[in-house]
Design a protein around this ligand. Structure first.
Ligand code: ATP
Ligand code: MG
Length: 394
């Protein structure tokens, strides 16, 4: 750590940044949904590419709900049963909230100090307490406090369809009983779209959809400037502008370039243009490794060929040219075009034109072509802490 304190940027997945770029409208809408009484506005589906800020927005919504007196239950897609997990979390929360659980604890504690915790356990873990009863009771208690119950589910693309159906069924029941309930799910577009195609996911299909992605470059520059303004350093105006441009407004890249520029400035009070410029290649490499690498790895060879055929063009590519370069029929071209749009790798750019949908995807493909893989090979040898701390006896 330098005299200027820790790096204020958060270039890592799931890490909430100091300044949220481009989320003002979503946050206002959600705040209104919490305070209002339109149940539909409280079912939200956040989707977007890797590193676009889904988890961060989900976390921010959760915090807002908690500030408004709501209770949150965070279900994990990795659990073997979503509904079982929801039930045990709801029970744990009830123990904290239920005044009756509290009274029974006090009464029995007065009679005998030992029986106390068992009484509480009995109340909610008894055979008769179905998840419906448990959730109903919890929702009732949170309603009474003027709050509500928020259920969230991240990494939606990896959830099992039937489990999702069972979970949303409970959410719907709670809403149907008139409780204040909100449900927010977040996931990567291709996986989420595949889930929504299924007939049992009607609830989510009707949810309010928030697509997160890039913000404009000026907003990105301002987010970087504001993040630094809260520290003892400053950033030169032209350096902030360049950092915004390098980030291309992509949330993960805003944090990455900010972080690199901060690092490069060392002990200096001001982050200069050079510090930002020097961070650019590292930023692109990290984007390739952490975002493009994983999404290109599973790509079919035809789709990959399609993307490579786009590399020749400076700007958007003509779909006819792509078909010609691939040596395929234009009609087959459109199949790959549609699939790649679904994958969020390309997007339409006007009549008969497509372009890359994510920043530095072209660089990742070029890199892949040259190196055979979208990752930098490791280089150099460094003594580890073991070797430094515990040198071999002579
Ligand atoms: N609104 C924002 N403004 C600035 N930076 C952001 C914003 N949202 C997210 N970030 C940054 O972007 C990066 C990725 O955020 P997050 O983990 O939320 O992405 P994600 O969409 O959930 O990614 P994944 O698909 O891998 O789960 C983090 O470094 C985070 O600090
Ligand atoms: Mg995430």
């Amino acid at each position: 750590m330098t005299a200027h304190g820790a790096n204020p940027f958060t270039p890592g997945f799931g890490l909430t940044p100091m300044i949220l770029a481009g989320r003002a409208v979503a946050i206002d809408d959600f705040t209104a949904a919490l305070a209002g009484n339109v149940p539909e506005a409280r079912a939200i589906l956040i989707s977007g590419a890797r590193g676009s800020g889904k988890t961060v927005l989900l976390t921010e919504f959760t915090e807002l709900a908690m500030e408004a007196g709501w209770t949150d239950l965070r279900v994990h897609t990795s659990s073997s049963s979503l509904v079982d997990e929801l039930r045990s979390m709801a029970i744990a929360r009830l123990r904290e909230l239920d005044p009756d659980a509290e009274t029974s604890r006090l009464t029995s504690a007065r009679v005998s100090g030992v029986g106390a915790s068992r009484d509480v356990l009995d109340r909610y873990e008894g055979e008769g307490e179905t998840i419906t009863t448990v959730l109903d009771r919890l929702a009732e208690l949170t309603d009474q406090d003027g709050g509500g119950l928020l259920i969230t589910l991240d990494e939606l693309q990896s959830v099992d369809r039937d489990q999702l159906h069972a979970l949303t069924q409970h959410v719907q029941d709670l809403i149907g009983s008139g409780h204040a309930v909100a449900f927010i799910a977040a996931g990567v577009r291709p996986g989420v779209d595949a889930l929504l195609d299924h007939e049992r996911t009607t609830f989510l299909r009707r949810a309010h959809r928030i697509e997160v992605g890039s913000v404009d470059v000026g907003t990105a520059a301002e987010a970087i400037r504001m993040t630094i303004a809260d520290t003892s350093k400053t950033i030169a105006p032209e350096a902030a502008v360049l950092a915004g441009e390098i980030s291309k407004g992509y949330p993960y890249l805003i944090q990455l370039i900010g972080s690199k520029a901060w690092q490069n400035s060392g002990d200096a009070d001001t982050i200069e243009l050079e510090d930002v410029r020097g961070g650019s290649s590292g930023v692109i490499a990290a984007m390739i490794k952490n975002v493009h690498g994983p999404s290109l790895r599973g790509l079919s060879s035809r789709k990959r060929e399609y993307l490579h055929a786009m590399l020749q063009d400076e700007g958007p590519s003509n779909v006819g040219d792509i078909a010609e370069r691939m040596g395929i029929d234009p009609r087959n071209q459109s199949t790959y075009r549609e699939r790649l749009i679904d994958d969020e790798l390309i997007r339409p750019a006007g009549r008969g034109l497509v372009e890359f949908a994510l920043p530095y995807l072209g660089d990742a493909l070029r890199h892949e072509k040259e190196e055979g893989a979208a990752t930098e090979p490791g280089s150099g040898l460094t003594r580890s802490h073991r070797s430094r701390r515990d040198p071999r006896p002579r």
